[in-house]
Design a binder for this molecule. Structure first.
Ligand SMILES: [Zn+2]
Length: 418
């Protein structure tokens, strides 16, 4: 079938821009396939209003060896540390696209004064939602699941120990998502990050301190990405190949630096604005509910008849998690598949460590020789395993379903990655 060939091409294209190995120091004592969590309140509490209380763990860091939590990742002398200097010097900076760090306005937004927004030479997403680099040798952004009627499920800004009930919900629903973890949160709340990997979610980085990435210097961008990778690896044992910039703020300079670390950005094509409800002027609970409803309607009105979406939503707090849980039944009804990005993109090894694998799209939706166009009801657990299934086995060469809702679908049509 044509779409299969196209998938392989897309997967190959995603790695074409890989660069020579840079000098990194990612280490961990965690086997991501054998994660256990202790019986402490921060792990077992299901009260989303309960503030996290600091805990010691085998993953507690020596603060002198890391950036200051929630400060730019060059802080605490990391910019001159031997480790970071070796990393920085292993990169050929003569090739970095020559776009300047952007400025912030007094109000805290991006100052686009003087930028050629019409021609958008830097492929600056914040200016134009440009996703395909204009400079050679840079990993292009992923921003939509390619198969029809697929809701690409993503949550930003975790982990946090007050999110246990939310993770329980996803586990009960056998629902996987792509989780974009902030480095500072990972070192503060390591058991939350371990839960994400244990449950089989697709983990990606979301920078160390959640700054607007195009406003940072080359050194700062590198540090934000590197120390987040290092934190996730330190705690969970996996090194993500994907990341997401805060507020989608990236251009070809930032992308080029990410590419040096073999990182590819995952953006989105639908934004729930869940974080902004009752926070940003003009955005209410009703606004976000209406957006969710619009996106749900798109599942049945033909908008995604030829390809799917990636939806931006957040862990952050009880309100943002509630939005998703409230609308989830309708989402599942309106879309053929709700999937994490690794699965919907056929990225079977989204981490450097190949011991953790994800199913192909075909495996996850339970495609068989049947040509029935009628979806089979999901959630009955034909995989026979719980949420940790995706770290269990590679099982290549057969159609064991390891992840997500089980549908038998007729897979027709041409897959086009635009
Ligand atoms: Zn964020």
């Amino acid at each position: 079938m044509v779409w299969k060939v196209a998938f392989i091409s897309a997967a190959a294209a995603a790695t074409v821009a890989s660069v020579n190995a840079v000098t990194t120091n990612y280490t961990s004592s965690t086997d991501p396939t054998q994660i256990t969590l202790p019986d402490i309140p921060q792990v077992t509490s299901t009260d989303p209003a309960q503030q996290c209380v600091y805990y010691n763990s085998p993953y507690s860091i020596n603060p002198s060896e890391w950036p200051t939590v929630w400060d730019i990742a060059t802080s605490n002398g990391m910019n001159t540390s031997a480790e970071f200097t070796a990393l920085y010097n292993s990169i050929d900076w003569t090739k970095v696209p020559n776009f300047p760090p952007r400025n912030l306005t007094a109000a805290g937004g991006l100052d686009m004064t003087g930028y050629d927004g019409v021609n958008d030479p830097a492929c600056w997403w914040s200016s134009s939602t440009c996703k395909t680099p204009k400079v050679e040798g840079i990993n292009p952004d992923l921003y939509a699941c390619p198969e029809p009627d697929v809701w690409g499920l993503t949550f930003d800004d975790g982990p946090n120990c007050s999110h246990n009930a939310f993770y329980d919900f996803l586990e009960q629903e056998k629902q996987k998502a792509t989780m974009f973890y902030i480095g500072s949160n990972v070192v503060n709340w390591p058991y939350g990050a371990l839960r994400g990997v244990k449950d089989g979610h697709h983990i990606a980085g979301h920078t160390w301190s959640h700054k607007m990435m195009t406003t940072l210097t080359n050194q700062e961008v590198l540090a934000e990405l590197y120390y987040t990778q290092k934190a996730i690896k330190h705690v969970t044992g996996v090194t993500p190949k994907h990341w997401r910039p805060a507020l989608g703020d990236l251009d070809d300079r930032v992308r080029w630096i990410a590419t040096q670390l073999n990182l590819t950005a995952i953006i989105w094509n639908l934004d729930t604005f869940d974080w902004a409800a009752n926070v940003q002027a003009g955005v209410t609970t009703e606004t976000v509910d209406n957006l969710y409803q619009d996106f749900i309607n798109m599942g049945t009105n033909g908008t995604f008849a030829n390809s799917g979406n990636i939806v931006l939503s957040h862990e952050i707090n009880n309100q943002t998690m509630d939005f998703f849980m409230k609308h989830y039944p309708a989402i599942k009804k309106a879309y053929s598949h709700v999937l994490d990005v690794a699965t919907c993109m056929n990225i079977t090894t989204p981490y450097v460590e190949t011991t953790v694998t994800f199913p192909t799209f075909e495996q996850s939706v339970g495609t068989s020789s049947s040509s029935s166009a009628n979806p089979v009801s999901s959630g009955t657990g034909a995989s026979g395993t719980s949420g940790s299934s995706s770290v269990a086995t590679t099982s290549s060469g057969n159609s064991i379903t390891l992840n997500g809702p089980l549908f038998i679908a007729a897979l027709f049509g041409l897959f086009v990655l635009v």
